[in-house]
Design a protein around this ligand. Structure first.
Ligand code: 13P
Ligand code: SF4
Length: 308
């Protein structure tokens, strides 16, 4: 069967099962092509609430599907590949953060959305890479604990020197692997290119950027810019999607190694098998009890209240 034939079967099954497919922009091209909604973590969490489909099939990582379930508890939410987790989301647990809160109860705990629902229950407000700066600036409290990504936290901190932001040592192994030497090499090879980077990269890489933003932020910037060449400092799929969307421009991944193995676990056959298995228990459904949803949702609702 060709990719196109499998995609056609998926499109038919989506209609028959009344399912909306949400795909993060780090997914492969053939998955993005059959998705109803694509984008960054924040956009997808909003999109999950907009669809009136009965089922949501998430092509991304576990915390994203969990967020979709929390925002639309009446819908059945499935993750296309049950093994697709985000290592950053697992780096800190409730016990550690509860202990730190007990030591410094006057700090507001700001959690990157890349956290488990269980951890969110002890946090005060969520942020995404596209909303982190805005939300931190909107908080009344000056004293914050920002978890788990110290690189995103550092980027926010640079721009909010008036806030006392405590960071812990966590982050994304994929983005943190990009080095300043690799950026300088790419810039030497493509001297006319702008360098667009995700704030999950280390500060010495972010310091070399012409633009810093979420995956959607990077894509929008590149599409709207009059510039013709870009070095992309995030997962390689973004360069691939941009090259399809803007054939008259040139996109260079900063290195070929910036691949999130977790995001790439999901395949087109996983999507097909999930749609086939929704009613016989073979698809991986996100099941959360009402108490966990209510407790974990508070910090997501607070993010939305403060402006997304
Ligand atoms: P955004 O989609 O919010 O830019 O985050 C990138 C990421 O690493 C998602 O896990
Ligand atoms: Fe997690 Fe990093 Fe992969 Fe995003 S790119 S899912 S933060 S490991």
């Amino acid at each position: 069967m060709t990719v196109r034939e499998l995609q056609d079967k998926i499109i038919k099954l989506k209609k028959e099962t009344n399912t909306a497919i949400l795909a993060h922009s780090y997914q492969a091209r053939e998955i993005v092509e059959i998705a109803d909604f694509t984008g960054d973590s924040y956009k997808l969490s909003v999109d999950a609430t907009k669809t009136d489909a009965d089922n949501i099939l998430f092509c991304g990582v576990h915390f994203m599907a969990e967020t979709a379930k929390m925002l639309s508890p009446e819908k059945r939410v499935f993750l296309a590949n049950k093994d697709a987790g985000c290592p950053m989301a697992e780096q800190m647990d409730k016990a550690l953060i509860s202990q730190l809160k007990a030591q410094e109860p006057d700090r507001t705990v700001v959690a990157y959305i890349n956290t488990t629902a269980a951890l969110k229950t002890v946090c005060d407000v969520c942020v995404t890479s596209s909303s982190a700066l805005r939300i931190v600036q909107a908080l009344d409290n000056e004293k914050l604990l920002f978890i788990p990504d110290c690189n995103l936290g550092d980027w926010v901190k640079q721009q909010c020197p008036e806030k006392d932001i405590k960071l812990l040592h966590g982050g994304c192994p994929t983005h943190a692997a990009i080095t300043p030497a690799e950026v300088k090499k790419a810039k030497a090879e493509h001297p006319d290119a702008l360098f667009l980077v995700h704030p999950e990269c280390v500060p010495s890489v972010v310091a070399l950027a012409d633009y810093v933003g979420s995956t959607s932020g990077i894509m929008n910037y590149a599409k709207e810019s009059d510039h013709k060449e870009f070095i992309i400092g995030t997962e390689t799929s973004i360069s691939e999607h941009l090259q399809y969307d803007c054939p008259d421009k040139k996109f260079y991944p900063v290195t070929k190694n910036i691949v999130c193995r977790n995001m790439k676990l999901t395949t087109l056959p996983d999507v097909y098998n999930s749609l086939m298995g929704m009613d016989n228990g073979e698809a991986f459904e996100i099941l959360m009890d009402a108490e966990l949803i209510a407790d974990a949702r508070k910090c997501i609702d607070e993010m939305i209240r403060l402006g997304g």
